[in-house]
Design a protein around this ligand. Sequence first.
Ligand code: HEC
Ligand code: HEC
Ligand code: HEC
Ligand code: HEC
Ligand code: HEC
Length: 446
Amino acid sequence: MRAIRSLFSLALLTAACSSRSAPPAAPAVDDAAAPTVADAVTFYARQPRYLQPVPYTPVPAGLPDLRAETCGLCHQEIYAEWRISTHARAWTDDAQFQAELEKSRTGRDVSWMCVNCHTPLVNQLPRLVAGLRDERLDQPIYVDNPNFDAALQQDAITCATCHVRDGVVLGPYGDTNAPHPTRRDPALLTSAACTQCHQATAVFPELTLACAFDTGRELAEGPYGDEGFTCQQCHMPAVDRPLITGGSPSRRTRRHWFGGSLIPKHPRFEAEVAPLRDIYPEGMTARWLDLPGALRPGQPVQLRFEGRNAAAGHMLPTGDPERYIVLRATVVGAGGAPLAAREVRIGRVFEWHPTVRELSDNRLKPREARTWTLDFVAPETGEVTLRLEATKWRISPENMAYHHLEGRYVASRQFIDQTTTLPVRGSAAAAAKEGDEAEEQQPPRR
Ligand code: HEC
Ligand code: HEC
Ligand code: HEC
Ligand code: HEC
Ligand code: HEC
C-alpha cells in the first residue's frame, strides 16, 4: 500500500502551512443546512495560497469564452506551443495524476487539494468545497459549482490561469491594440507567476500527505537567483514575433512550451516533445575526469567520473518528490567482459508510512559538480570501453506497476549515453614498476 503523494518538506514549513496546526475557527457548516457557494468563497479565503483555486473570472468582453482554443484562434503560435506543454497535459493526459486522484477519493478525499494546482481556475471545478466535516482536510463538504465549464477543465493549466483576472487579460505590455480588455501585469514577468504552484511546502502527517515543491526557494537562494534569473528566462525562451498571425507588430515575446524534463506524459506525445530537446538543455552533464591515454596490462586503475547540474537554476531534479536520476558508469573489456560498474541514484527518498518523513536528499544543487570513483584491474590485452549513461525518472518502475500505468504513462527517459575506449598497451612489468614507484612516493607514515 502506498500513501497518497505528499506535498511538503518538513524543514520548510511556511507561515501558511504552520498556521494549519492552529487553524482559525472554520466557518460553521451545518450538515443539515445545504452548503452554498458563498460558504465555499469563505472557506477558500481562509486556506493557504496553494489550497485556493484561482478566483472565478467572468469572460473578458469581446471573447466568447475562456478556452485556450478560443485564445488560439488569434494567438496561433503561442497556442500551438502551449498545446504540447506539460501544463496543457496536467489533467486527463496525466495518467499518474488521475490514478492518484481516483485512489484519494475513496474514503479519505484529498482530491479537492490537488485540483487547485492541476485545474486551477474556479471555472474548472465541478464542485467547490464549502467546509470540512470535523475540520478534517480529507472530509470536504462539497457544493455544486454553477460556473463549471467542462471543456475548460480539460485545458488544465490554461491561458486564463496566468492571464485572466476579473474579466481582464493580463499581459507584459499594456500598450497593445487587442479586441479584449488588457492590463500590464509586472508580476507576470517575475517568478511569482510560477511559484504560486511551484513553491508549496507543507506536511499533513495525519493524511500521510506532503507538498514538497520548493523550486522557487531553490532558485532564489542559489547562484542563479543572485544573478536575477527568473523561471521564464529558462523555461520560456525569448523570441521576436507578432502576437497574432498577420497584422500585429513584432514584439519581444516568449515561447510557451514550458519545457522541463521533456519526458512526455503519454507514449503518443513522444513525437511532439522530441524537437524540444534541441531547444532546451538537459539539466545534467556527465564526464570522465583525467582519463589516461592508455592502460597497462594488469594495472589496478581508479577512474573518476563527474555529474554536474550544468543548466538548472534549482535542485536537480526539482519539484515532485518522486523524481530521480540514475547515473551509471561501466567498464567492459574485450568481448564485452564486465570489469566494473557503478550506479548512482540522485534524488530524494521519502517514507510515507506511518508518517511522512524525508529520509534523504542527495540532489545536485545549481552548478554543483560531484565525483565518484570506479576501481578495476586492466585486462592483459586489447582495449576497455568506458560507458556513461544517465536516465531521469518521473516515477519509479514499482510505482508505475502499482498504479497500472504501463502503456499510458512514460516513466523515464535516457538522456546521456557516451562511450570512450582506452587501449591497453605496454608490458605488465612496466605497470608493476609504475605501481611500486607510486608506492615509494607516498609520504612516510608518522
Ligand atoms: C501547490 C500546487 C500543487 C498541488 C496542491 C498538487 N500538485 Fe501535483 N504537481 C504540482 C507541480 C508544480 C507539479 C510539477 C512538478 C514536477 O513535475 O516536478 C506537479 C506534478 C504532479 C504529478 C506528476 C509528477 C511527475 O513527476 O510527472 C502528479 C502525478 C501529481 N502532481 C499529483 C498530485 C496529486 C495526487 C495531488 C493531490 C494530493 C497534487 N498533485 C497536488 C503542483 C501541485
Ligand atoms: C480575436 C482575436 C483574439 C483573441 C480571441 C484573443 N486575443 Fe489576445 N490579443 C489579440 C490582439 C490583436 C492583441 C494585441 C496585439 C498587439 O497589439 O501586438 C492581443 C493581446 C494579448 C495580450 C498582450 C496584452 C498586453 O497588452 O500585454 C495577451 C496576454 C493576450 N492577448 C492574451 C489572450 C488570451 C489569454 C486570450 C484568450 C482568453 C486571448 N488573448 C484571446 C487578439 C486576440
Ligand atoms: C496553476 C499552477 C501552475 C502555475 C501558475 C505554473 N505551473 Fe508549471 N506546472 C504545474 C503543474 C501542476 C505541473 C505538472 C503537470 C503534470 O505533470 O501533470 C507543472 C509542470 C511544469 C514543468 C515541468 C515540465 C516537465 O514535465 O518536466 C515546468 C518546467 C513548469 N511547470 C514551469 C512553469 C513556469 C516557468 C511557470 C511560470 C511561468 C509555471 N510553471 C507556472 C502547475 C503550475
Ligand atoms: C503558466 C503561465 C502561462 C500560461 C498557461 C500561458 N501563459 Fe502566456 N505568458 C505567460 C508569461 C509569464 C508571459 C510573459 C512573458 C514575458 O514577456 O516575459 C506570457 C506572455 C503572453 C503573451 C504576450 C507575448 C509574450 O510572449 O510575451 C501572450 C499573447 C500570451 N502569453 C498568450 C497566451 C495564450 C494564448 C496562452 C494559452 C494558449 C497562454 N499565454 C498561456 C504565462 C503563461
Ligand atoms: C538557469 C535556468 C533555469 C531556471 C532559472 C529555472 N529552471 Fe527549471 N529547469 C531548468 C532545466 C535545464 C531543467 C531540466 C532538468 C532536467 O534535465 O530534467 C529544469 C527543470 C524544471 C522542472 C522539471 C523537474 C525536473 O527537475 O526536471 C520544473 C518543474 C522546473 N524546472 C520549474 C522551474 C521553476 C518553477 C523555476 C522558477 C522558480 C525554474 N524552473 C527556474 C532550468 C532552469
